[in-house]
Design a protein around this ligand. Structure first.
Ligand SMILES: NC(=O)c1ccc[n+]([C@@H]2O[C@H](COP(=O)([O-])OP(=O)(O)OC[C@H]3O[C@@H](n4cnc5c(N)ncnc54)[C@H](OP(=O)(O)O)[C@@H]3O)[C@@H](O)[C@H]2O)c1
Length: 295
């Protein structure tokens, strides 16, 4: 039977800041946030077992239960593979990665339990593991797929060669990487070329490059501010909307994963999908951020 392809909302909601170590939202607040996010047309939620010290999936699950939204109308994305010493996991003594068959299967099943659902739309391997065995990983994917527990699989922070190694054994649905105007590496290192070649839509974490503006040298900050001021006026948009539109302009079909927990900022992100940057606008932003024109 042909695999039904993955469909995420263009803007994806990140949940990393929902719980411990972030905004410490209550289950009731999470429930309201899920509803507000869904009402904006954002149907995909990006999670990870490790968020909130392995507690955020359960928090999301509690909020989800009371949100009153049909499960098939949303997409649950979660990740596995990082083992970090945390009070919830005292058995982990050293921070490390585990992409073994047993851990992938156990982690996916545990995520289902925490989230209170019987399937995941997308499971990502959170970080490339230097000890990963792609044959074993693909076997775990096949088993989870066969049992109906996970519909699609992908990776995160993988180099193009790491992606290729696994993609040859199991068709991956995405590579979620850090990408923004201030973090342009995936545009240059083959990551987004490969996504286009494989017809796989990448996901961009850190799309607003929180804090990266202020850490730039003064001349770049000034050039960026000048360019962005002109574009804000031209497109009647905020800086954050321009940065989101800049990612959306790329032909790979990037899904920005927004980290905000504020509905009004999520609304801004959704409105940014209407902004059409010209090629010159796009390169203007690239040049200002890079501190030099393209060769
Ligand atoms: N795969 C990975 O390895 C990985 C790594 C990191 C993150 N992620 C995923 O990516 C998501 C996003 O990452 P991120 O938090 O670094 O991304 P981000 O969307 O670039 O940054 C969000 C941060 O920017 C702040 N912000 C300030 N002004 C804003 C505005 N106008 N609109 C929106 N946000 C504004 C937000 O604060 P407020 O909350 O106060 O609005 C929040 O602290 C995470 O939630 C997680 O799901 C994945």
């Amino acid at each position: 039977m042909e695999q039904k392809s993955l469909r995420l909302s263009l803007i994806v909601a990140g949940t990393m800041s929902y719980g411990i170590g972030g905004k410490n939202l209550s289950a009731k607040e999470v429930s309201s946030l899920i509803k507000a996010t869904f009402n904006l047309g954002i149907t995909s939620f990006d999670m990870a077992d490790i968020y909130g010290g392995y507690t955020t999936e359960a928090l999301f699950g509690k909020g989800w239960k009371d949100a009153g939204i049909a499960r098939e109308k949303v997409q649950f994305v979660t990740k596995c593979g990082i083992k970090a010493p945390q009070s919830e996991r005292p058995e982990y003594k050293v921070k490390h990665y585990d992409t073994s068959y047993d851990h992938i299967v156990w982690s996916a099943e545990n995520s289902l339990k925490q989230l209170g659902t019987d399937y995941l739309d997308l499971l990502l391997i959170h970080r490339p593991d230097p000890l990963m065995n792609p044959y074993e990983m693909a076997e775990a994917f096949h088993a989870l797929k066969k049992s109906g527990k996970v519909l699609h699989f992908g990776v995160s922070n993988f180099t193009p060669s790491q992606f290729e190694m696994l993609h040859q054994l199991y068709p991956l649905a995405t590579n979620q990487v850090e990408a923004s105007l201030m973090h342009r590496q995936p545009f240059l290192d083959g990551t987004f070329d490969q996504c286009q070649q494989c017809k796989v839509r990448p996901m961009a974490w850190g799309p607003l490059a929180k804090g990266d503006f202020v850490s730039q040298p003064l001349d770049i900050r000034q050039a960026l501010e000048k360019t962005l001021a002109a574009l804000r006026e031209k497109h009647n948009a905020t800086t954050e909307q321009l940065m989101t539109a800049w990612l959306l302009r790329h032909p790979a079909g990037i899904h920005p994963v927004m980290g905000t927990t504020r509905p009004e900022r999520l609304k801004e992100a959704v409105e940014a999908t209407k902004i059409k940057l010209s090629r010159e606008d796009w390169f203007n932003m690239w040049e200002a951020a890079a501190g030099e024109e393209v060769p």
